[in-house]
Write a protein that binds this ligand. Structure first.
Ligand SMILES: [Cu+2]
Length: 318
């Protein structure tokens, strides 16, 4: 779900309230202006060629017109100041979310995917993943936002407004999910070729389920039991893959691409571009630049047996 009209947390509902008020005021003003136009049209003097010129209006005092113009100006000014005030109050309320015992995540925008580093209460990195975040319902979340290359914008409309991720300038976003669900996010600042294929998601889980998920994510990858999958791991380590990808529990510790330690627990690959299944994974590994032109990841041609083994191993990374 990706909509600002169904808030799943306090921050988003404050923004929605502000939007409703702004919409109501603007609709009211629009209706009043239309009404004034209508009255003017109805009351305009009717004349035709034969009507003699009426010059009396030149000297007629316009006190009533002046009254309405002054009144309308005052009302507009008051309404605008009212909106400004509610704007400022909303902003203050947004910045005062109670953040005791918040979950801390460090999120970095890359062309064109998202890296999320979950931090322990002490601030030490615990595990890293790509694109598909989970957070516990009811617990505040503080995400510090960074950009690795160009400007990106973090935006999950069900949870909060937009926040720019600017290289070299750290920002944070604070929110709390109050309703369980999966909320889609999207980069909201044009960041190059595949900006449109730069989605992510935040799944708000009941706390117990979140803990199970987090415990799973903290684990390194375990060595597969199957012979073929073991061979697949060797393929991964002997190819270029390990230069760019980390799989905790193996020698692979590259940081250019997504951490793949729990790849198989993700629903999508390549930032919401393809669903995570064997066919798509195979296509992605052989030729990612057809599926997502411009991506940093190069294609790798492998003999069928090696590719199958590699896929089998990737599928064990639960
Ligand atoms: Cu973008």
């Amino acid at each position: 779900m990706q909509t600002a009209l169904v808030p799943a947390g306090v921050q988003a509902s404050r923004i929605l309230d502000l939007w409703h008020l702004t919409l109501a005021v603007c609709c009211g003003v629009f209706a009043a202006i239309l009404l004034a136009c209508l009255i003017a049209v109805v009351r305009a003097p009717r004349a035709n060629r034969a009507t003699p010129a009426d010059l009396s209006s030149i000297d007629r005092p316009e006190s009533r017109t002046r009254f309405w113009v002054v009144a309308a100006t005052c009302v507009s000014t008051l309404l605008l100041f009212g909106l400004l005030l509610t704007d400022v109050l909303t902003d203050r309320a947004l910045s005062r979310l109670p953040i005791d015992h918040a979950l801390r995540i460090e999120m970095t925008g890359y062309q064109w995917w998202w890296q999320a580093k979950y931090l322990s209460d002490a601030g030490a990195p615990e595990f890293t993943l790509a694109n598909e975040l989970h957070v516990p319902v009811g617990r505040p979340v503080i995400i510090s936002l960074k950009a690795a290359d160009v400007i990106h914008t973090f935006w999950v409309p069900n949870l909060h407004g937009k926040k720019d991720m600017i290289p070299g300038r750290d920002a944070t976003i604070e929110f709390r999910a109050d309703v369980a669900g999966v909320y889609r996010g999207q980069c909201a600042e044009f960041c190059g070729y595949e900006h449109a294929l730069m989605a992510f998601s935040i799944s708000a889980d009941p706390p117990a389920r979140y803990e199970v998920w987090a415990a799973q994510q903290r684990q390194p990858a375990t060595a597969p039991a199957e012979e073929v999958a073991l061979h697949g791991r060797d393929v991964f380590l002997s190819q270029d893959c390990a230069r760019c990808h980390t799989v905790r529990g193996t020698a692979a510790n590259g940081t250019i691409g997504p951490d793949l330690t729990h790849l198989a627990s993700r629903q999508f690959i390549a930032a919401g571009t393809l669903s995570n299944n064997r066919g798509n994974l195979a296509g992605w590994i052989i030729d990612p630049r057809t599926l997502k032109p411009g991506t940093v990841m190069p294609g790798t041609r492998l003999p069928p047996a090696e590719l199958q083994a590699l896929l089998l191993w990737l599928e064990t990374l639960k």
